[in-house]
Design a protein around this ligand. Sequence first.
Ligand code: NAP
Length: 298
Amino acid sequence: MTTSLGGSEMARTIRADVTARAAVLTQRGITPTLAVVTATDDESTAWYVRSIAGSASRTGIHCDTVALSPDAPTDTIHAALVELSNNPGVHGIILQTPLPDGTDLSVLRDAIAPEKDVDGANPVSLGRLMAGQPAFAPATAQAVIDLVEYHDIELKGRTAAVVGRSLVVGTPVAHMLVQRNATVTVCHRHTPDLAGTTRHADIVVVAVGVPGLISQEHIAQGSTVIDVGTTATDDGRLLGDVDADALIGHAGGLTPVPGGVGPVTTALLLANTVTAAERANIQDQFLTAKLIDSPVPA
Ligand code: NAP
């Protein structure tokens, strides 16, 4: 039997917690605010950003979409990120991909203030995460780990294969699995025998963007499969990287697409935004207290 490792119930629990914490901040006169920067006319990105904004408003978070032109140069996107990083009314910043061809993404990631980097894009956040220090992890990577733990799947002492090595999903997931004492193999385009490699893993995380790439021959009987892939079709469907029909009755557990990693990712972005707003509020209180305690200059 294959267990469906859904994320909707977990996402609801996270959102309920976010709603309660956002209400406390609002009572104190602080509106937790998330800014999403886009520079594309891609319809699936627009759909995703609308869904974040909708979830945000239902939990008491204000979401500002900064929609730049699809041909905006790196300088323009950089300036927007610097302005948001310096704006005390903004607590969380997401830079949404895809970006215009030729954009220097590394310069842009650097421009997001680490304390507002709710999707763990800045190398400072990634470095701290990998050093085991407190940091916002990329929300999708965190969603994979949280979903596995939510469904009581043991990681310690297990073997895992991660297919995909992007900085937003594959690489941080692999590190987070190692930090939880799994033994991890990272696969990518140049992996010579993908099926032979993934077939040895107890847990397979797939974050590629190629629908149906992973089929029964890639998965050992009873293994856990986490499908991060989301490819939008012209007729409005969302496809994962796993041939789910082929794995039903073969895998031990499988995340659905949609309804698996996606809703948890969105909920974690909101949770990180509230955390960032709470931290900013504590810092403001601390600074105010220091000013009050300081002797008045003669
Ligand atoms: P990405 O930056 O394009 O990275 C894709 C990775 O897959 C690369 O490391 C690439 O290898 C590897 N790859 C491509 N073809 C392969 C093949 N045939 N065999 C093995 N590896 C292959 O993509 P991403 O941003 O990580 O996103 C991956 C997927 O997750 C996409 O479908 C995206 O839409 C989805 N996603 C979902 C969420 C969510 O919340 N559910 C969030 C983020 C992303 P190389 O490094 O060798 O090129």
